[in-house]
Design a protein around this ligand. Structure first.
Ligand SMILES: [Fe+2]
Length: 471
């Protein structure tokens, strides 16, 4: 018999009181844990005083305890208490293939995709279009056309969803997450959820997001070097900390009978399972494994006297790939600093950049929602003329998300349809990258060089802003 929750007064929800107070909830006592799935212990809702003891509903029946564990129960784990046994499903069937098909796997060239042209399609799950991937990670862009009429569970890996445009809600078995533009939503493997966007206000762009998904079984989380080995606390040098993370909140529990579909991604297919009760029937949980949100505007960029390398901007990682945030920030302050990235060969990585917003006029053809791929082994860097034009700039307003992988990335057929074939030639004409200024092949110092630059170039730093800083 289903529990009759006092929270049935709320529309579509049964809400349970949080056992711990707000202050204690914020404290989120830390565990001795050094993982990159989730850094600290948390809890929400009602849980018993000890693990694996009797915990009863108001009608006297036992709640169903589920240990939600990773890495053979030695990795990050949470313990959830369901109204119904989580094994009660009434049917299952295979719906469709979700296996990404890669093409041009023997071709190595720089690529530029203009994803702004992608038309809306599907819902926040079926509308995901995988563009790049390998055996470790897949990257997709989604412009959803409709809402989800079901719940979803990724049984393959973790999802890092970057919201480019839109606001909305993710209802999960760990509670509710309200999201907005520029949020990273981290949804660990196995989490049951449903995602919905609010109707856009007049003039707002349609909902759009990037998904970086682990397909090698590893978990996406803060880099280990950001957290203490002895307390799991974020360290002083980390560019963000616990206060920047938004954890699931109430409402948590939905006590409803009916027919509910849960789709599960696994084995290259999406499967449909039927539940006779609402799948988000958890009354409480605790542990170190749960979804959360981090907004890219809360990333505190670390700047230097000389140009800082991409790992400075690292935000998350998993096995064989990293995710970095390039945010608006002051630029390097040595008087003769070259404030744009040097040409570089990232010999062990393929690099994908997703351009969010900012001024890209010095990067030929790049626009918001562009994705570039720079394969390992090919040097890349500033476009012709942009080094000289950037001298004297004091800040950048570019915002971009980067995913570097340690194995080659391959495009899908959908990627080729968005491909800017001219991109690999966009460096042509860079025979003299540090072009002579006023006839002198001599490096000028900071602002002086900017003043000495040709009028067309001077405009790029007229307000102290560099427009070619993204790596
Ligand atoms: Fe790069």
């Amino acid at each position: 018999m289903a529990e009759k929750s006092p929270a049935t007064k709320l529309p579509n929800a049964s809400r349970h009181e949080l056992k711990i107070g707000p202050a204690a909830a914020l404290a989120r006592a830390a565990l001795l844990l050094n993982c990159n799935a989730m850094p600290f212990y948390s809890r929400l809702g009602n849980i018993p005083a000890k693990r694996h003891i009797q915990f009863r509903r108001k009608d006297g029946a036992l709640y169903s305890e589920e240990v939600f564990g990773t890495e053979g129960f030695v990795g990050p784990t949470s313990t959830l208490y369901h109204i119904h046994p989580p094994t009660q499903v009434s049917g299952w069937k295979t719906l469709y293939s979700c296996a990404a098909e890669f093409v041009e796997t023997d071709t190595m060239r720089m690529r530029h995709l203009k994803s702004a042209a992608m038309p809306p399609r599907g819902d926040p799950i079926t509308g995901r279009v995988v563009l790049f991937g390998n055996s470790d990670v897949e990257m997709a862009v989604c412009v959803p056309a409709e809402g989800m009429r079901y719940h979803y569970k990724n049984g393959v890996g973790d999802e890092c969803i970057f919201i480019h445009h839109g606001n909305g809600t993710v209802w999960t078995s760990f509670g509710t997450l309200n999201f907005r533009a520029k949020d990273y939503i981290l949804i660990p493997k196995g989490t049951t959820y449903r995602m919905a966007f609010d109707e856009p206000m007049d003039g707002d762009p349609p909902a759009r997001f990037l998904v970086i998904e682990s397909v090698n079984g590893s978990h996406i989380g803060p880099p280990k070097r950001y957290v203490s080995r002895t307390s799991s606390q974020f360290l002083e040098h980390a560019p963000y900390c616990e206060r920047d993370l938004r954890l699931p909140q109430l409402p948590l529990t939905y006590d409803k009978k009916g027919s509910f579909e849960v789709r599960i991604k696994s084995r290259g297919m999406v499967h449909s399972y039927s539940y006779g009760y609402h799948p988000l029937d958890v009354v409480g949980w605790d542990g170190c494994y749960y979804p959360y949100i981090f907004n890219i505007d809360d990333f505190s960029p670390i700047v230097g006297k000389h140009h800082m390398p991409p790992p400075t901007h690292q935000t998350f990682d998993a096995h064989n790939f990293v995710i970095c945030s390039f945010c608006p920030r002051p630029l390097d302050f040595h008087p003769q600093a070259v404030v744009v990235p040097y040409y570089h060969s990232n010999l062990d990585s393929d690099e994908v950049l997703y351009y969010v917003e900012g001024n890209y006029k010095a990067r030929k053809g790049i626009e918001p929602a562009s994705l570039t791929l720079h394969p390992q082994g090919i040097p890349h860097g500033p476009h012709p003329g942009t080094v000289e034009a950037s001298l004297g700039a004091t800040h950048t307003n570019e915002l971009a998300v980067m995913c570097d992988t340690f194995r080659p990335l391959f495009p899908t057929r959908a990627a080729l349809e968005l491909d800017d074939a001219a991109y690999p030639k966009s460096w042509e004409g860079a025979a003299a990258p540090f072009a002579p200024v006023n006839g002198k092949a001599k490096a000028k110092s900071g602002g002086k060089a900017a003043k000495a630059a040709k009028p067309g170039r001077r405009a790029a730093v007229a307000n102290g802003e560099s427009d070619a800083d993204t790596w």
